[in-house]
Design a binder for this molecule. Structure first.
Ligand code: HEM
Ligand code: HEM
Length: 179
C-alpha cells in the first residue's frame, strides 16, 4: 500500500490525515458550540481545555498536511475545465479556514489573559496582548471562521457524494487511494 501520493492516487498518509482531521474538526465544532452555550464554571472548565488541546492539535496537523503535500503532491480533482479550477479554489479555502480558525481561537484565548494549556500541561505562548476588546473581536472571528468552515464542509461532502454517484470514483479515491 503506497504511503506517497501519485498523479492519480491518494497515498495512505494523505488519506489518514484527511479522514482523521475531518473527524477531529467536526468534533471540535460540536464541542465548540456546546461550550459557547455553557456558563463557565469549575465543573466544566475541562471541556474548554479539551477543546483548546484538540484545536491546537488540528492546527499542528494542518501544518504537517501542507508540508506533506509539498513533499508529495496530491492528485488534482477528477473534474475538468472551470469545475476543476473551482474545486481547487474550494480546497484552498478549506485550508485557509483550517488555519484561520485555530489561530483566531488561540488569539482569543491569549487575549482573555488565561494561560492557554496544551494537554493541561504545556503553556502555549500568547499570540496577542491581554485586552477585552481583542478577546471580543477574535472570538467573533473564531465563530465566523468555524461556521463558514462547517458550511463549506457540508457542500464539499455533498459534492463528493454526488460525483461518486455520477460514477467518477472521487470518493473511492479518497477511501481506497485509486478511483
Ligand atoms: C480547527 C480548530 C477549531 C474549530 C473548528 C473550533 C470551533 C469552535 C466553535 C464552532 C466554537 C463555538 C463558536 C460560537 O458559537 O461562539 C468554538 C468556541 C471556542 N473555541 Fe474553538 N475551534 C477550534 C480551535 C480552537 C483553539 C485552537 C482554541 C484555543 C486555543 C479555541 C478556543 C475556543 C474557545 C475558548 C471557545 C468558547 C468561546 C465562548 O465561550 O463563546 N478553539 N470553537
Ligand atoms: C472537516 C471536514 C473536511 C475537511 C476540512 C476536508 C478537506 C478536504 C481537502 C482540503 C481536500 C483536498 C485534498 C487534500 O488536500 O487533502 C479534500 C478532498 C476530499 N474530501 Fe474532504 N474534507 C472534509 C470532510 C470530508 C467528508 C466528510 C467527505 C465525505 C464525503 C470528504 C470527501 C472528500 C473527497 C472524496 C476528496 C477528494 C476530492 C478530489 O479528489 O477531488 N471530505 N477534503
Amino acid at each position: 500500500m503506497a504511503l506517497r501520493n501519485s498523479p492519480d492516487s491518494f497515498g495512505l498518509i494523505s488519506r489518514l490525515i484527511h479522514w482523521g482531521m475531518a473527524l477531529l474538526i467536526l468534533s471540535l465544532i460540536a464541542l465548540g458550540l456546546r461550550i459557547s452555550w455553557m456558563e463557565p464554571s469549575l465543573s466544566n472548565l475541562w471541556l474548554y481545555g479539551l477543546h483548546k488541546t484538540m484545536g491546537l492539535s488540528a492546527f499542528g496537523l494542518v501544518l504537517f498536511r501542507i508540508l506533506w503535500h509539498l513533499i508529495s503532491p496530491p492528485p488534482g480533482p477528477l473534474a475538468t475545465g472551470w469545475q476543476r479550477l473551482f474545486i481547487k479554489a474550494w480546497h484552498w479555502t478549506l485550508y485557509a479556514l483550517m488555519i484561520a480558525t485555530p489561530v483566531a481561537g488561540w488569539a482569543a484565548s491569549s487575549a482573555s489573559g488565561i494561560d492557554t494549556l496544551y494537554a493541561g500541561t504545556f503553556v502555549v505562548p500568547p499570540l496577542v496582548e491581554v485586552s477585552e476588546r481583542a478577546e471580543f473581536v477574535w472570538f467573533i472571528l473564531h465563530e465566523i471562521f468555524a461556521k463558514t468552515l462547517l458550511g463549506m464542509v457540508i457542500v464539499h461532502m455533498l459534492a463528493a457524494v454526488k460525483r461518486e454517484m455520477g460514477g467518477d470514483g472521487t470518493l473511492t479515491r479518497m477511501l481506497r487511494g485509486r478511483a
